[in-house]
Design a protein around this ligand. Structure first.
Ligand SMILES: [Cu+2]
Length: 479
């Protein structure tokens, strides 16, 4: 074991101990690997104090029995080994969201291996090519498994740490609870499938509705925000401090974007934003959600006191170093239009299902409500349709024109790649923006481009988990 390795394993243990302190769960069984970081994750039933120690104890499913799961930290270029021991009473899988990894490590069955039966142990291992903020969650019975608390943050640290004084990951989640503070067990309601998905009635940050964290005046804080909700699109403001959006979906912006009081940061399910926040005076810095304009919610608080000679007040930060993502050519090799249809108030009369035209009423009878280019890319029993939505030869540049012809927003996620958002609503973006999930609001369209440099069959789906399960999930093949 080298010094570097033991430092890494110590760091990870330290981070995990912090989680134990907050969650009160069992110690995470972490250990050093031959190189990089190795983590054991045990999906299991547990309880959570979403409303503090005096609040209701909510029965959850969590990694290690707590929510969120342990914060995993690994350095760019290192190997991450994830060993899952399934202590649930149903099959699960582990999907490292946003990581450009080998196809067979993606954990998205039935498209890729990694369905883990109850009691079974499964190992996934891969090198992380990109620094940034990612997360992990099941990709099987996703709406229920995430809705019950199976999710955690995966941080890939830069090789050279950026000039910040504190680095915090905040996992935002949304829970539908009954009057006793227990999770509403009615998953897959047709109303949720066909409308905006399962929005909850309680939001948490790192599993707490009342999160408050002490910081020091003078600090520049890196705040990694992850939207782990099934369906809620967070609309976020930071009140009480100056700050910048530094990265989206793990990928650095070419130019940091100053946070303003007028323009909330929109974070659809699955999406992330890395913020730098300058703590310039004592008092409270509040993360506020305006996703329901009639009811602004205080998500979490940084409480600033004391003083330290940190990086705050040094002006607009330098951009984070770019990741080694191949940028698409100006002239694409492949161009494809995907029109998303269906859902309530969408006017879709029917779509092709299992090769035959099926009217909307019959689709609904199968719990299917959505189509892409007039085809439900799933089977009547909710498996994957056999054919890819698109095949792209390896190394070629593909441009996808995504058209949301429905009455609902859809955060569209591609596995195994980061793509450039070229335009929104026909207007070119001033600077290339790399993402793995693009939010299409009602009626909106966007063009995205990517270099198909990662061979395999890759999930391409809406990250509103109720839409994902009811038809808005297909795959793209890179040969
Ligand atoms: Cu959707």
């Amino acid at each position: 074991m080298t010094l570097e390795m033991s430092r890494r394993s110590l760091l990870l243990s330290g981070a995990a101990l912090g989680v134990i302190g907050a969650g009160g769960g069992m110690p995470w069984p972490l250990r050093a690997a031959e190189s990089g970081v190795s983590v054991v994750l045990e999906p299991r039933a547990g309880t959570a104090n979403l409303f503090g120690v005096d609040g209701a104890k909510t029965a959850v499913w969590g990694y290690g029995g707590t929510v969120p799961g342990p914060e995993i930290r690994v350095r760019q270029g290192e190997r991450l080994t994830l060993e899952v021991v399934n202590l649930l009473e149903e099959a699960t899988s582990l999907h490292p969201h946003g990581i450009r990894l080998p196809n067979d490590q993606d954990g998205a069955p039935p498209l890729t291996p990694g369905s883990i039966a109850p009691g079974e142990r499964h190992v996934q291992s891969f090198v992380v090519p990109d620094a940034g903020t990612y997360w992990y969650h099941p990709h099987l019975n996703s709406a229920e498994q995430l809705g019950r608390g199976l999710l955690g943050v995966l941080v890939v640290e830069e090789r050279e740490p950026p000039a910040v004084d504190r680095d915090i990951a905040w996992l935002l989640d949304d829970w539908r609870l009954d009057k006793d503070g227990q999770i509403d067990g009615a998953f897959g309601l047709f109303h949720d499938l066909s409308h905006a998905g399962r929005w909850g009635n309680a939001v948490t940050v790192n599993g707490r509705a009342d999160l408050l964290l002490g910081v020091k005046v003078g600090e520049r804080v890196r705040l990694r925000l992850v939207n782990g909700a099934n369906a809620r699109i967070f609309s976020l403001l930071v009140n009480g401090a100056e700050g910048w959006v530094m990265a989206v979906d793990g990928q650095p912006l070419v130019r940091p974007q100053a946070l303003t009081a007028e323009e909330p940061v929109l974070l659809g399910p699955g999406m992330r934003a890395d913020l730098f926040i300058d703590i310039l005076k004592p008092g409270r810095v509040v993360l506020q959600d305006l996703s329901r304009s009639d009811k602004p919610i205080q998500m979490a608080v940084l409480s600033a006191s004391g003083g330290v000679s940190g990086h705050a007040g040094s002006g607009m930060p330098a951009p984070l170093p770019p990741n080694p993502v191949a940028l698409p050519k100006a002239e694409p090799d492949v161009r494809q239009r995907f029109v998303l249809t269906g859902g309530a108030m969408g006017g879709m009369a029917g779509a092709i299902l299992d090769g035959a035209y099926t009217d909307m009423r019959s689709l609904a009878g199968h719990g299917l409500f959505w189509a892409i280019n007039g085809v439900v890319p799933m089977t009547a029993d909710h498996g994957m349709a056999p054919d890819p939505l698109l095949t792209v030869p390896r190394g070629q540049t593909a441009v996808l024109e995504l058209v949301n012809d429905t009455a609902w927003p859809h955060p569209i996620h591609l596995h195994g790649h980061s793509f450039v958002v070229l335009s929104r609503g026909g207007v070119a973006l001033p600077e290339p923006e790399l993402r793995d999930t693009v939010l299409l609001l009602r009626g909106e369209r966007a063009e995205i481009a990517f270099v198909a440099d990662n061979p395999g069959d890759w999930m391409f789906h809406c990250h509103v988990l109720e839409h994902q399960v009811s038809g808005m999930m297909g795959f793209i093949r890179v040969t």
